[in-house]
Ligand binder design. Structure first.
Ligand code: HEM
Length: 221
């Protein structure tokens, strides 16, 4: 009898731990974040072409090293960085327009919040500087999500159908300029901060170039 009780208690505790693990894993899941998913389309840009763009940008192994260094600096500050970036988009009607609800013309708070979570992951992914085929495929996915091919689909929203190309590249400047004070916060030398910053500028430019793909006439990218 005692043994049966013991078995029952153990079973319940195993089930409770499993439920806890599932809920923790669930809490971690970010809606629409599909980096590494086998279901992603293969990027039309090859790894070889990627190397070519890096060379054109003077992007070297040193930039990879300084991006990786920036990860520990930015990780505890992700929400504060997002506050600044979202503050910038939110205070510009012509930008927040791309998050607006088609019916009410007002910003869709739920859409903004869901994209913000993926944006937070993107900061850390950018700092990881892992330029393999999975990364390239997710770059293509992000490109399609800004373009009319897939905008609004991930979050099932009714909003404007495309982010116009002119703003995509323009945002490289505010995104990287506003990052510098965060890179300065943890006590790295001025030289290290400058190198992390330069690496970030190149990496964001690299990505907006890759995101341009669906906007460029076939064969002309
Ligand atoms: C340097 C330029 C930009 C960066 C780094 C950037 C970054 C990102 C990231 C990381 C995501 C989430 C991707 C994902 O689903 O995993 C995203 C989605 C989005 N971004 Fe951008 N973005 C840029 C330019 C812009 C501009 C100019 C706008 C216009 C306001 C914009 C509006 C949006 C919207 C509306 C989404 C959600 C698209 C959808 O899936 O429906 N982005 N962006």
């Amino acid at each position: 009898m005692k043994y049966t009780n013991f078995k029952l208690v153990r079973m319940v505790s195993v089930l409770l731990s499993a439920a806890l693990l599932v809920s923790v894993a669930g809490a971690d899941e970010i809606h629409g974040y599909t980096y590494g998913s086998k279901a992603l389309r293969t990027s039309p840009v090859t790894l070889e072409q990627l190397e070519g763009i890096k060379k054109s940008l003077l992007f070297t192994q040193e930039d990879e090293k300084y991006l990786k260094l920036s990860k520990s600096v930015l990780e505890p500050q992700v929400e504060a960085v997002l506050d600044v970036w979202y503050g910038f988009v939110g205070s510009n009607d012509h930008l927040v327009y791309y998050f607006s609800d088609s019916k009410t013309q007002k910003p869709n708070a739920d859409y903004l919040a869901k994209v913000r979570k993926r944006f937070g992951k993107w900061i850390l992914d950018t700092a990881e500087a892992n330029y393999d085929q999975n990364w390239l495929n997710y770059q293509y996915e992000i490109a399609l999500r800004h373009h009319s091919t897939k905008k609004n689909k991930t979050d099932g929203v009714k909003s404007v159908p495309i982010i116009h190309f002119r703003h995509l590249v323009a945002l490289t400047y505010p995104v990287t300029a506003t990052l510098k004070p965060f890179l300065e916060k943890v006590g790295h030398s001025r030289e290290e901060v400058e190198k992390m910053h330069q690496a970030w500028i190149k990496s964001v430019l690299l990505q907006t170039i890759l995101w341009s793909y669906p906007y460029v006439k076939q064969g002309e990218f």
